[in-house]
Design a binder for this molecule. Structure first.
Ligand code: ME8
Length: 643
């Protein structure tokens, strides 16, 4: 029987589009899940959305939508994002689903009946963002929330409480007896210190708003959003229902891992275990809290325009490039910084130069010197061979150890050290010199075999990280399916292979300066700057005819959710399918006033994503110091050409 592995991400708040922070956790869990699959585990990956609470209700109100409409939209967009990112989740739980609500209501009543939850009164300061109460002494200056530094408001209300104090000792003992329950160790110590200061009972219901799960025995209360949210890890498995097979299999299985960011450690390390203890459910999970991605200037902030969204990065640079960066740049236990320069440099140095070039050179040389065929294995004959083989073996062991211990960045670094070693092997063995001497054919075969076999190992180890590149490597080297499996990682397993005639670069090199500049501007929400006009910078007739300008009818138009200056338009170009265009004209037009207008569009511009919205074309407009006017036409029809 296979061992089981159940891994979860936090369920994210649908307060806006997800950024690279949430993306990191999701990709991190995806890589671990794929790794465990490769190691022969029976795996289950859960993610989802945390859709209740005052904060979500407020965001929906601001958008003039019923909360359910708002969360439906974001949940769909999130699933679409995960699909685009090939996230291998098995279930996407939403806390507004009936299957979840029923479980939460049931467990709340159970805790109430048992006396672990009781009715009392709360007086304190409430932070809407964190959905948490604080006492006056806990507040920062200006009555600010100690967690997020936003302003809190004073509240007094009837509330249910969970008896944390009753379980304090038991929890402390549990954490002390299970040194690997919380990782990294620094986080574990934080939790221990916090508990040792003493736990106050936790307010677990709210009466000041509606958007939540009602308490069955007293429906003027809704369940506190964290009690609601934490329960997802078992409600999704069917806990407490007639169909709890998944719960029996995975919760009581071999490994259960909750991955969270450091911001929500306390909820998972204190409230969740205490809820489980009170419910009589064993704490089978391990908790891993990772660090945060920040911008260069510090915390990513919407108002400063430093929040990075994954969409453009994937579209312009590729999924593997983003996965690699995210997983590599955040060290175990630490934080990471996203800057356009570090992102572009990682692509060029690590992916294109070190890794991509190694494959490219190897395939080219096997074609040039051995007519495309990798010869069968012969024993290590030089010290270089021996050294490479030893390092290959050690790399597999270290990589596996790191992955087993959730040290994904460290695992990747280990593989890259081996990539560097393999590149060095080419310099040491100089196959181009061996190729000139007919008597050195055996030696040359041996060298190229060593390169191909090393690359096979690299490809297998990178399968959970680089989804397309690892498969392309196998294809280009002609590695059969059977030898792409982890169990075959032993130097010499590769017998023979036929490489492709023409290697294709795994990662195209980027024009570094240009891309850093482009990305920086994009993140700031600035449109591409026009090329400065110079006197001798005349456009040729050919330049002009390259532009495909057409009439388009605007069918819909709305403000861009993440940028004040932009409007998002749907246009009909007579293509049978509408296109979306993002235009920087929000200061000059009310969105509705444009609907129905026939405008001129450059239809063959390279598509771009502006603040998360795809734009497939450009509107023509004229301007002077006072006005900006979109060019419109009268008698022409959508699709008619303009020249
Ligand atoms: O806290 N760097 O949801 P949330 C890395 N609904 N990871 C980051 C990050 C950053 N800058 N920003 C966010 C909630 N994250 C609750 C969870 S679970 C029962 C309920 C990731 O949308 C990280 O995993 O605020 C963090 O813990 C999570 O997103 C918070 O997501």
């Amino acid at each position: 029987m296979k061992k089981t592995y159940y891994i979860t991400t936090p369920i994210y708040y649908p307060s806006g589009n997800l950024h690279i922070g949430n993306t990191y956790t999701t990709v991190f869990c995806d890589a671990l899940r794929r790794y465990k699959d490769m190691r022969g585990y029976d795996t289950y990956y859960l993610t989802g959305m945390d859709e209740h609470g005052k904060k979500i209700e407020t965001v929906a109100q601001e958008r003039n939508l019923h909360p359910i409409k708002h969360v439906d939209e974001i949940a769909e967009a999130t699933k679409a994002l995960w699909d685009r990112m090939s996230i291998s989740y098995d279930d996407f739980i939403r806390t507004t689903e009936k299957r979840h609500k029923t479980v939460v209501q049931k467990l709340f009543e159970q805790l109430l009946d048992q006396g672990d939850i009781y009715l009392g009164e709360y007086e304190g300061y409430y932070c809407m963002h964190c959905e948490a109460f604080f006492t006056e002494s806990q507040l920062e200056e200006g009555n600010a929330c100690p967690d997020c530094e936003r302003e809190t408001s004073k509240l007094q209300e009837e509330s249910y409480f969970l008896r944390l104090s009753k379980y304090q000792k038991k929890l402390l003992n549990f954490i002390e007896d299970n040194p690997d329950f919380i990782t990294p160790e620094t986080r574990r110590n934080e939790v221990l210190n916090f508990i040792r200061q003493g736990l106050n009972d936790l307010s677990v219901s709210r009466t000041t708003f509606d958007w939540g799960i009602k308490i069955v025995s007293n429906p003027k209360h809704v369940v506190y959003v964290w009690i609601d949210a934490l329960s997802n890890y078992i409600s999704a498995l069917g806990y407490g229902t007639d169909n709890d097979e998944l719960f029996q299999k995975y919760w009581y299985g071999d490994e259960v891992v909750h991955v969270v960011g450091k911001d929500i450690l306390r909820f998972h390390a204190i409230y969740w275990p205490i809820m489980l203890m009170a419910l009589g459910i064993p704490i089978t999970f391990k908790l891993h809290a990772h660090g945060f991605y920040t911008a260069k200037e510090g915390k990513m902030s919407k108002s400063k325009g430093s929040v990075v969204y994954p969409d453009t990065l994937i579209e312009r640079y590729g999924l593997d490039e983003l996965r690699y960066f995210l997983l590599r740049e955040l060290p175990y236990g630490g934080d990471g910084v996203f800057t356009p320069a570090s992102f572009v440099e990682r692509i060029n140095y690590d992916l294109a130069n070190d890794f991509g070039n190694l494959l490219n050179r190897t395939v080219s040389m096997i074609n040039k010197y051995l007519s495309g065929k990798v010869a069968s294995y012969s024993e290590a004959s030089t010290e270089y061979d021996a050294d490479l083989q030893t390092m290959c073996k050690e790399t597999v062991a270290t990589y596996s150890d790191y992955m087993d211990n959730l040290k994904v960045s460290e695992a990747i670094k280990t593989v890259w050290a081996f990539i560097s070693r393999t590149n060095k092997y080419i310099d040491e063995t100089e196959p181009w010199i061996l190729g000139k001497d007919k008597n050195k054919k055996d030696e040359l075969e041996n060298v190229l075999y060593h390169l191909a076999e090393s690359l096979r190992h690299i490809g297998v180890m990178l399968q959970p990280i680089l989804l397309d590149a690892s498969q392309s490597l196998f294809k280009q080297l002609g590695i059969p399916q059977a030898l792409r499996r982890y169990e075959t990682l032993s130097f010499g397993e590769l017998r023979e292979a036929e490489v492709v005639r023409k290697p294709s670069p795994l990662f195209p090199r980027l024009d570094q300066e240009k891309e850093i500049d482009k990305l920086t501007k994009h993140l700031r929400g600035e449109e591409e700057e026009p090329v400065p006009e110079e006197e001798d910078n005349l456009a040729t007739f050919d330049d002009f005819t390259k532009l495909d300008m057409r009439v388009a009818k605007i069918t819909k138009c709305a403000p861009h959710k993440n940028a004040d200056k932009l409007l998002v338009l749907q246009v009909d170009l007579g293509e049978g399918k509408e296109r979306q265009i993002v235009a920087g004209i929000a200061k000059h037009y009310e969105p509705e006033s444009l609907v129905g207008k026939k405008v001129v569009v450059v239809a063959n511009l390279e598509p771009v994503t502006l603040r998360g919205e795809k734009s497939e074309g450009m509107l023509l407009a004229g301007s002077n110091d006072d006005i900006l006017e979109v060019l419109t036409v009268d008698r022409l029809n959508p699709g008619d050409s303009v020249s």
